[in-house]
Each structure stands twice: as C-alpha cells, then as structure tokens.
Design a protein around this ligand. Structure first.
Ligand code: CA
Length: 223
C-alpha cells in the first residue's frame, strides 16, 4: 500500500513518514501544496494524509482539484484544533476522514487502516483468503493458524494482493503501489518477491495470469 503525506511542518511530516513506513507502507511526502497536489494528481496512492494549511496551495483547493480530476483515493485531512468550519469544508471538498491536531499517531494509523480497508471493501482489521489470515493492525500473517514471518516487502506485496483478492493485478500496478517514488522500480523484483511468497503460502494461491499479472485466490481451480 502506498501512502502520500502532505504536511508543511517538518517535524510532523517526518513523524508521519516514519510511523507509516514502520508499519509497512511505501510513503512519499511533500511539504508544500503545489508538490502535494502534483504527486496526488500523477501517482497512484492508496491513501493520502493531507494537511489543510499549506504554503503555495491550500489543502481544500488541492482536494477539490483532485476530485474534479476523478482522483478518488481515500483522503484523511489534518485540521487545526477546534476549527469545525475547516472540517465541514474538507468533507464537502471530498475528504473521507479527518483528524484535528494534535493527534495520537496510533489514532492516525488506525484511521488509515480503516480507509484502506473500506476502499477495498473490507470491514474488519483481519483479511482472510482461504487459509490465509492477515492482521493488518499487527502486520502478521497466519496460514492455517500458524504464524508465518514475512519481510517488509513480502508483507506489502501480500497485503496488496489480499486487499484485492480475486482480481488480476498487473506487475505495473504492484510496482506503483508497493514502492516509494524514488525507489529504483525494477519490475523484475516483483517476480522475485512473488516467488518467495509462494514458498511461504500454499504455492498455487498466487496465479500468474500470462501477459496480465497475478491473481491471489483461495479457489483451487486453476481456471
Ligand atoms: Ca500546516
């Protein structure tokens, strides 16, 4: 899952990037409105954390333009404390959730998880697919109830596939959603990680769909 942070306070920006990276997201960040707007307009993010008070372009205008351009990723806005009118304006502009500053990082992480789940159509923290059970809160996988250790890249990959189980996901889509903007994006590495995952879960669960990509499914039928 790839997340964008748009926040001009350098300390808060850094804290957000660190906290989100630590729990396994690929994180890009911008510290002014123009750059944030550009990134959200051109890169595919699974969720965005958007401060409203920003230099060069304010958060409400950014959000309105994204929505006008059909950029529909979930957006959580950060508002100043006690400014109820900001929250209303933000939600009207297309925000999916908000947090007033100052906030606890744990609450922000919980809200981001909820946004990602809901946008993928899941209501709970735990996502299941056949024998796989992924606890997105603890970033833990069990296969038939047995804990399986994953590296952070393996976790990101499996988490994305499980959020989109049953759908064919192209290699390009995976590269775009698993890595930060500046990462050396060699799509061959995806194949390597798929190979490693297949050794950790029932190997026939991730199907290669020739020319299209991969599909995670609990279905035994090779289709
Ligand atoms: Ca600000």
């Amino acid at each position: 899952m790839r997340v964008l942070v748009v926040e001009d306070d350098p300390d808060l920006n850094r804290q957000l990037v660190t906290a989100l990276s630590d729990v396994g997201y690929a994180v890009d960040s911008a510290d002014d409105g123009e750059e944030g707007h550009f990134l959200g307009d051109t890169e595919p993010y699974d969720a965005v954390i958007l401060d409203l008070g920003l230099p060069k372009m304010d958060g409400i205008s950014i959000l309105e333009q994204w929505r006008r351009n059909d950029r529909n990723m979930p957006v959580l806005i950060l508002t100043a404390r006690d400014r109820w009118s900001e929250k209303v304006a933000g939600i009207d502009a297309g925000a999916d959730d908000y947090l007033a500053k100052p906030f606890h990082m744990e609450e922000l992480l919980a809200r981001v998880r909820a946004l990602l789940r809901r946008s993928a159509g899941h209501a709970k923290n735990e996502i299941e697919c056949g024998p796989l059970r992924l606890d997105t809160k603890m970033a833990r996988l069990t296969v038939d109830g047995v804990p399986v250790k994953l590296t952070s890249h393996e976790y990101r990959l499996l988490s994305y596939l499980m959020h989109h189980a049953g759908r064919v996901v192209s290699r390009t889509e995976l590269v775009e959603h698993l890595y930060e903007q500046d990462f050396d994006r060699d799509s061959n590495t995806i194949e390597v990680f798929i190979g490693r995952l297949r050794k950790k879960i029932p190997s026939d669960m991730i199907k290669t769909v020739r020319g299209l990509g991969y599909c995670l499914s609990a279905d035994e039928d090779a289709g």
